[in-house]
Ligand binder design. Structure first.
Ligand code: PGA
Length: 253
């Protein structure tokens, strides 16, 4: 069975004190949600402070992005996957829609980062999702498939077995317009069929597929009870202890 995985994407929010307070608040309660794998992805500059605040809790630390080169190099302003491991990260979000659309990252870029992250032992959370106009034009399936194939190009079945996929319809991110459980489940089922046809049934059965986009403590239960939705990638509702805990409580046992 796939263990539910809920991760908070804090994006460019909070200051140091707020990040530490949130992490400590979650760490104090994480033990009540042992059926869920939990991750938090603070801004990279606060990773160390958050790691300390998480202490020995079961919450895993994640980054929101990384560069595609593992070894040190002259890339001013970038953070390497090796540095993320060094500071205690377990996860890295790759190909988030804000990276794809605001920073023009292509699926090929995501693929390079994914290979680098896997090579050093990080668990990548690979995001895919369509724009509103793409959904309206009936292109959701094709867009998601293109992002899936491009981002995962060249990976072995064994490597794919180590990743997490997040389906995040762009129109649902930060808008308060959540996908209906049926809309989300349809794409999740498509993704699972892709995992089976491109790799094998064991990979399809084991890879977790999170839903992301305006998940709240209120709407999480119906979303997370869908057969192919294995958790959530949460933005706004991950910034407060109570709302994030509410989402953890909604994850299926
Ligand atoms: P949201 O963000 O929950 O604020 O919609 C989700 C995400 O961007 O991962």
């Amino acid at each position: 069975m796939r263990r539910p995985f809920v991760a908070g994407n804090w994006k460019m929010n909070l200051n140091r004190a707020q990040a530490v307070e949130l992490a400590a608040g979650l760490a104090a309660k994480a033990g009540d949600y042992g059926h869920v794998e939990i991750g938090v992805c603070p801004p990279s500059i606060y990773l160390e402070a958050v790691r300390q605040a998480l202490g020995s809790s079961s919450i895993g630390l994640g980054a929101q992005n990384c560069h595609q080169e593992v070894p040190k190099k002259a890339f001013t302003g970038e953070v390497s996957p090796a540095m993320l491991v060094d500071i205690g990260c377990k996860y890295v979000i790759l190909g988030h829609s804000e990276r794809r659309h605001t920073f023009q990252e292509s699926s090929q870029d995501v693929n390079q980062k994914l290979l680098a992250a896997l090579a050093i032992g990080l668990t990548p959370i690979v995001c895919v999702g369509e724009l509103l106009e793409e959904r309206k034009a009936g292109k959701t399936k094709a867009v998601v498939q293109e992002q899936f194939d491009g981002s995962l190009a060249g990976l072995t079945a064994d490597q794919v077995g180590k990743i997490v996929i997040a389906y995040e319809p762009v129109w649902a991110i930060g808008t308060g317009v959540v996908a209906t459980p049926e809309q989300a489940e349809e794409v999740h089922a498509d993704l699972r069929r892709l995992l089976e046809s491109r790799y094998n049934p064991a990979v399809a059965a084991s890879v977790r597929i999170q839903y992301g986009g305006s998940v709240t403590a209120e709407n999480a239960k119906t979303l997370l009870s869908q057969p192919n939705i294995d958790g959530a990638l949460v933005g706004g509702a991950a910034l407060k202890v109570d709302s994030f805990l509410g989402i953890l409580a909604a994850a299926k046992k």
